[in-house]
Design a protein around this ligand. Structure first.
Ligand code: SF4
Ligand code: SF4
Length: 355
């Protein structure tokens, strides 16, 4: 009898140079599997005669693995052929999904900024934002600013700012204030006395990171397994778009619109033009479609559909399609190294003044 082994919807495989990654997006996990196993699952399914399992022990081992981990189901081949796969099309009703917005508490022109954020949420359906706050000189100022940010129609937002110089004791007041604003997904408190993660009991929602260093946009762009994303939407987006910059923009302290705070190109200014006009009439969107399949080294990496990206800090600053500078992974050897110690990156490290 012919049997069909089919990957569950929400499970997907990415083939790399030496091995593949099999993601179970519903369980939020992934497994490394040999490429020989990936090759069996063309179109995410494998059809075999029952008796083949008795004579092919490797095949049996592979199928035991997928069945035991519940990433695959087994059914009669005829019935299985009528089951369809989940669509791999990335769909969203948003024009901008997320923005990185710098706010200076001492700036008198924040009204224009606030009405721009309002437009982004109302007309562009933006539901996520990262706010970088400058000049948070007291807990009262922080509380006032967060109350303003809570009013926007955002699903969640992240916060980053330098703490004023404090004793350990006083940090608690800031932490408690952040905990009382439930739209905050992640907070990063720079200029802290310690490096620490204050875990929330809400599955990561509300985690607070305290960091000894001072905030600079140069902190961004790290590639690490802890940033891997096994969400199905991330996977679908990664097939056609850039996993950091798609549908993203940044607004700096002067009102300039860029792809991200670390990039230099300016596409317009909110004090001169409406944000929707800037989005529609500029080349802001050009970089959104650079996928990992087009990027050197990433194109053969098994992590490319769960990894983040960085186009601001790259191995060859003159080549927009070169590997993220802050990635120390080599898909040819399947090893991680400290990116700062890799000789081929030394020129770029110097050019971006990371030393
Ligand atoms: S492009 Fe790089 S620096 Fe810019 S937001 Fe993305 S990861 Fe950060
Ligand atoms: S090479 Fe690095 S940046 Fe590229 S996909 Fe792999 S882990 Fe991510």
């Amino acid at each position: 009898m012919k049997v069909l082994y089919k990957l569950y919807p929400g499970c997907f495989i990415t083939r790399g140079h030496n091995r593949s990654v099999l993601v179970d997006s519903q369980r939020d996990t992934y497994y490394y599997i040999p490429n020989s196993m990936t090759d069996l699952f063309l179109n995410d399914s494998l059809e075999i005669e029952d008796h083949e399992l008795k004579s092919n022990l490797i095949l049996k081992e592979y199928l035991d693995f997928v069945i035991n981990n519940e990433v695959c189901y087994k059914l009669d081949s005829y019935i299985g052929s009528t089951f369809t796969r989940l669509m791999n099309d990335y769909q969203t009703n948003a024009i901008i999904t997320n923005a990185v917005i710098e706010i200076d508490n001492l700036n008198q022109t924040n009204e224009t900024l606030y009405s721009t954020i309002e437009t982004l949420t109302r007309k562009c359906n933006m539901r996520y934002a990262d706010f970088i706050l400058y000049n948070i000189i007291s807990i009262e100022i922080l509380s006032q600013l967060l109350s303003e940010l809570d009013k926007f129609d955002l699903h969640s937002y992240n916060i980053a700012f330098d703490l004023p110089t404090l004793s350990n004791n006083n940090i608690t007041k800031y932490v408690n204030e952040l905990k009382s604003h439930h739209k905050i997904f992640r907070s990063e408190l720079f200029n802290s006395p310690n490096n620490e993660i204050i875990q929330s009991d809400l599955l990561g929602w509300g985690n607070i990171f305290t960091l000894k260093e001072k905030y600079t946009p140069k902190c961004c762009g790290q590639i690490h397994t802890s940033y891997f994303n096994t969400n199905i939407k991330h996977y679908q987006e990664s097939l056609k778009y850039n996993t950091c910059l798609n549908q993203k923009l940044s607004i700096d302290l002067l009102g300039n619109i860029k792809n991200c705070p670390s990039m230099e190109q300016i596409f317009g200014n909110i004090f001169n033009e409406n944000i929707v006009t800037i989005i529609n009439n500029s080349s802001l969107k050009q970089i959104w479609t650079i996928t990992k399949d087009q990027i050197d080294t990433c194109s053969i990496c098994e992590h490319r559909n769960i990894c983040s990206d960085c186009r601001a800090y790259i191995e060859q600053p003159e080549n927009l399609f070169s590997k993220p500078l802050k990635c120390g992974y080599d898909p040819q050897t399947n090893t991680w190294q400290d990116w700062k110690s890799i000789p081929s990156k030394f020129n770029a490290i110097k050019e971006y003044s990371f030393i």
